[in-house]
Write a protein of this length. Structure first.
Length: 265
C-alpha cells in the first residue's frame, strides 16, 4: 500500500506557498487539481485524510488555497477507475458489480471517476467565504473531469453530501436503481450531463415558484432568499463565472487511466 505522508505545520505552509508561487492567479483563493505525485497533493492528504487511501495512486486531488493565510480552505479527491464506489458500493446496495456495470454502461471503455470527497475545511465552514470555496471545488471537479475526458461519475455519499449535490443540480440516480443503504447513497451520473444539469437547476431555482431537485435548507419566509442563493451558486458553478480564472489544472492528462478497473485490482 502506498505510504501516505503527513506534513507538519511548517512543511504544510511551505507546500502551500510553493503552489501559490508556481501557479499565480488573482483574488483571494486559488484552486488546483493535481495528480498523486504532485507535492501539493500532500497538502490534501494531510488536512483531510481520506477513506480511499488504498486508491491513492489512482487519485486526483483538488485543493483550494487561501492567499491571506497561505493555507488550504477546501479539498477534494476523485479516484480514476471507480474507487470505493465500485469496490464497496455493489455489496452495500445488494447488487452484483456486473449489474451495476450493465445498468450504467460502464463497460464502454470510458473513463470512470469516483467522487471520494469534496469538503470545505472546518475553519471556513462558518465563514462567508465558504460559498466561494465550495463553488471553486465544484467547478474544479467539472473542469478537471472535462479535461480528463471523464464519461462516468460514481460516488458513495452520506445524507448531507447527497442533499447538497442534488440541490446544486448534479443529475445523480441510484446506482443500479437501488435504495440507499442506511445513510449511504450509492449513485451514478453521466459526466457529460452534469454541467448542463446544474445550469438547468439554476434556471428552475431562479423562478419564484415551481419544482426543482433537492430541498432548500430553510423554511417559511427564509425559503425565498435561500432559493435565490442556491440559484446563484448553481449558475456560477455551471458557467464558471468569477471562478475559472482562479482554477489551474497542472499536469492532468486527458488520455490516461481509461476504463473500468477490476474491484480486486
Amino acid at each position: 500500500m502506498t505510504r501516505i505522508p503527513e506534513l507538519d505545520a511548517k512543511a504544510l505552509a511551505r507546500h502551500c506557498a510553493a503552489a501559490l508561487a508556481a501557479h499565480p492567479t488573482g483574488g483571494r483563493f486559488a484552486a488546483l487539481a493535481v495528480g498523486p505525485t504532485d507535492p501539493t497533493a500532500d497538502v490534501a492528504r494531510t488536512v483531510a485524510p481520506s477513506s480511499a487511501t488504498e486508491h491513492d495512486v489512482n487519485s486526483i486531488f483538488m485543493i483550494v488555497l487561501d492567499r491571506r493565510t497561505g493555507l488550504p480552505a477546501g479539498v477534494g479527491q476523485v479516484v480514476r477507475g471507480g474507487g470505493r464506489a465500485l469496490d464497496d458500493g455493489p455489496e452495500r446496495i445488494g447488487r452484483d458489480l456486473s449489474a451495476v456495470v450493465e445498468a450504467h454502461g460502464l463497460h464502454d471503455g470510458g473513463t470512470i471517476w469516483d467522487l471520494a470527497t469534496l469538503s470545505v475545511l472546518p475553519d471556513y465552514r462558518s465563514d462567508r467565504s465558504a460559498v466561494t470555496v465550495s463553488a471553486l471545488l465544484y467547478r474544479s471537479l467539472l473542469r478537471a473531469g472535462q479535461r480528463a475526458g471523464v464519461r462516468h461519475l460514481v460516488a458513495l455519499l452520506d445524507q448531507r453530501a447527497h442533499g447538497e449535490l442534488t440541490l446544486l443540480g448534479f443529475p445523480f440516480v441510484p446506482m443500479a436503481g437501488a435504495e440507499p443503504a442506511g445513510e449511504v447513497h450509492a449513485v451514478y451520473a453521466p459526466f457529460a450531463a452534469v454541467e448542463a444539469a446544474i445550469a438547468a437547476q439554476g434556471r428552475r431555482l431562479r423562478r419564484l415558484t415551481g419544482p426543482f431537485a433537492g430541498r432548500l435548507p430553510a423554511r417559511g419566509l427564509r425559503r425565498l432568499p435561500a432559493r435565490r442563493f442556491a440559484a446563484r451558486l448553481s449558475d456560477q458553478v455551471a458557467t464558471g463565472r468569477d471562478l475559472d480564472e482562479h482554477i489551474l489544472l497542472p499536469g492532468l492528462e486527458r488520455r490516461r487511466y481509461r476504463g473500468l478497473r477490476s474491484p480486486s485490482a
